[in-house]
Design a protein around this ligand. Structure first.
Ligand code: 6R9
Length: 654
């Protein structure tokens, strides 16, 4: 990317927070000034929200950048903070998790229950020889045992590495090997799309290839037949028979809490390492501040999978540290019907919903009649994470889920940042559809040009973080050099996030997608996000993905893939007419430079399990190459569909 990123999309709508929410908000406008006045004192006050067995001597040791130490000398236990202290405060009967399985089975788990289950799992892991500092791989469906397994590791100081239940034996075994995991916690399977989906065979294959694993702990979920070996132990025969008595020992604030692998754009996944005190401080604070979480009355639901960082920080650690009541759901949003998400909101009286743009755009595709069929009046706050949310998807979310009045917090962060960094505060910020708005109190984010100079309002460039933050990654597991190279070498003294961004006329931040995805068309840097948002702003488009394909005249040309909304007619000539209309619509919205060379109408897009569009694969299609690595794809049949459609229906008209 050269000096700036074009600033094409203009958005003038703005929505102040509802007065009642603003009046009662957990965090008010003064938090920004307070944090600006003394950033470290601010984070020190947030750390006081937790129970420490021993105080820290220093808030931040930044003497050896980029290797940070937060709350130096402090000691605490993460599981104690998420469970014991709530039970000790008399809240044992409060529901921690309303769990719903995909087939419709339910479990209600109180804080006392979750505490007991975690103590038993901690004892069982200790019995299997796991000690502080050992690594444990977790490969589970979305069942309460996933949270229990993570908390049990935290409780005994073992470092967990959660691997998505959808990943292959290859992906799993390379992650097991990279971390030399001693134990794997898995299940026979889980339920997805109405049927059992086996996990144990994948674990068997992965474990047979890696020498480090001594024991495999298996939760019985589907009841399907599984192969068995000497290293296997049923959860119900070990954990559920173990003693429920367990005293949580405190660990150093910098004790490794977990490793989570992120693929980024390069081949070898990076094991992002997070530690104890700073991570819990920032996840707990942001859950309180950004979701305005009121543990006594709210029912919170984050639809993420636990194998994504969002599941770590905003299903397990952030909400539980606050003593929240939440919903956890095992399955897919369209099983057995397309209203499943709204039915769950209705049934449990969900007040705060945190989801991803991919789900919102899928709901747009299915049509607004579906949420309209359920009582969503319990909702009071909506959140979004994972990708830029297109302004029209944001408006749809507010209109059809949020009754046209609920605040939306669009939260920007990464596996690497551990917790939310840029987001509105729901009781303070007048939001703009599509903007993550401003860095949270205590966070210093900026947008810089090629030379690392802050861009003026109205300009675009690279998103950076100028100061260390408590929940920052500490390194890439086993590879300090790669940590320095990847994040701290592009700009002197700044963390390089890898995302393009712009500041609007008021200085508010708009995320423009990964820097690697930025297109260079006739010398103009154009973000995929802005072209996608222009497409989604057309009434017939629910979702779009845009890539730059090599072009003999313009260097790169814009190739778009669009999913029509439920109501749009896309057969035959109507489809051709829509494509022509869409190209003109983009040119009119953003300017002629952004007019796609080619648009394909498709039924699906290739996505990762966390819903991010895999533009790399679409670029392969657009440039007629054979497909690259598809192992992190949620549904591999999607690519065949798109490739075959592409060959049959080229729609270049100029
Ligand atoms: C939490 C999470 C990180 C990347 C990040 C960015 C994109 C996440 C976003 C967003 C625009 C938002 N991203 N949230 N882009 N607006 N609100 O997603 O972590 O899976 O590591 O992905 O996701 O590109 O750099 P992770």
């Amino acid at each position: 990317m050269s000096e700036t990123l074009e600033n094409l999309l203009k958005e003038t709508r703005q929505f102040p927070p509802p007065a009642a929410l603003a009046a009662e908000a957990n965090v008010k406008a003064d938090a920004y000034a307070e944090a600006d006045a003394d950033r470290l004192a601010f984070w020190e006050r947030q750390a006081r929200r937790l129970a420490w067995a021993q105080d820290w001597e220093q808030v931040l040791d930044w003497s050896n950048p980029p290797f940070a130490k937060w709350f130096v000398g402090g000691r605490l236990n993460v599981a104690y903070n998420c469970l014991d202290r709530h039970v000790e405060a008399g809240l044992g009967d409060r529901v921690a998790i309303h769990w719903e399985g995909e087939p419709g089975d339910t479990r209600t788990i109180t804080y006392a229950d979750l505490h007991r289950m975690t103590c038993q799992a901690a004892n069982a892991l200790t019995g299997l020889g796991v000690t502080a500092g050992d690594r444990v791989a977790i490969y589970l469906p979305m069942i309460p045992e996933a949270a229990v397994a993570m908390l049990a590791c935290a409780r005994i100081g073992a470092t967990h590495s959660v691997v998505f239940g959808g990943f292959s034996a290859d992906a799993l075994s390379s992650r097991i090997a990279d971390a030399s995991a001693k134990v794997v916690i898995t299940a026979d399977g889980g339920f997805r799309r109405g049927k059992p989906s086996a996990l144990k065979p994948t674990v068997d294959e992965a474990v047979s290839r890696s020498g480090s694993v001594e024991h495999v702990l298996v939760v019985r979920r589907t009841g399907e037949e599984v192969a068995w070996s000497d290293r296997d132990h049923w959860w119900h025969e070990t954990v559920e028979q173990a003693s429920p008595e367990h005293t949580a020992e405190p660990f150093d604030a910098e004790h490794p809490l977990f490793i989570l692998y992120t693929s980024g754009t390069t081949a070898k996944p990076k094991g992002i390492l997070h530690t104890t005190g700073g991570y819990l401080t920032q996840t707990a604070y942001t859950a309180h501040a950004v979701f305005d979480l009121k543990p006594e009355t709210d029912v919170y639901w984050c639809t993420a999978d636990i194998g994504w960082v969002t599941g770590h920080s905003y299903i397990v650690y952030g909400p539980l540290a606050n003593g929240a009541t939440q919903v956890m759901y095992e399955g897919t949003p369209d099983t057995p019907h397309k209203g499943r998400v709204w039915e769950i909101v209705d049934r449990y009286g969900v007040t705060i919903l945190y989801t991803a743009p991919t789900l919102i755009r899928t709901m747009m595709k299915w049509g607004e009649d579906i949420p309209a069929g359920f009582d969503l009046s319990s909702l009071r706050l909506l959140g979004s994470v994972g990708e830029p949310i297109n302004p029209e998807a944001w408006m749809w979310y507010r209109q059809h889920v949020g009754r046209g009045e609920l605040p939306i917090v669009d939260t920007w962060w990464q596996t690497e940042t551990g917790a939310i960094m840029i987001s509105p505060l729901p009781g303070v910020t007048a939001t703009k559809p599509g903007s993550a708005m401003t860095p949270l109190p205590g966070i210093s984010a900026d947008v810089v040009d090629d030379q690392g100079q802050s861009v003026p309002n109205g300009g675009g460039g690279y998103l950076v973080l100028r100061e260390p933050w408590p929940s920052m990654l500490r390194t890439i597991w086993g590879d300090d050099n790669r940590f320095v190279e990847t994040y701290w070498s592009r700009f002197d003294g700044m963390y390089f996030a890898g995302d393009g961004a712009k500041k609007d006329a008021d200085g508010h931040v708009w995320l423009l997608g990964r820097v690697d995805d930025v297109m260079l068309v006739s010398g103009h840097n154009i973000s995929t996000t802005e072209v996608e948002s222009a497409l989604v702003s057309h009434p017939s488009v629910a979702e779009a993905a845009v890539v730059g394909a090599t072009d003999p005249t313009t260097g790169q040309a814009i190739v778009a893939f669009a999913i029509p909304r439920g109501t749009a007619d896309v057969s035959g000539d109507a489809g051709e007419a829509l494509i022509a209309d869409l190209r003109n619509h983009v040119a009119k919205t953003l300017g002629p430079i952004a007019k796609p060379r080619q648009i394909m109408l498709v039924a699906e897009l290739p996505k990762t399990r966390s819903g991010k569009i895999m533009r790399r694969l679409l670029r392969d299609v657009a440039e007629n190459r054979s497909l690259g690595d598809v192992t992190t794809l949620q549904d591999s049949s999607v690519m065949e569909l798109i490739s075959s459609g592409m060959k049959g229906g080229k729609s270049e008209d100029e």
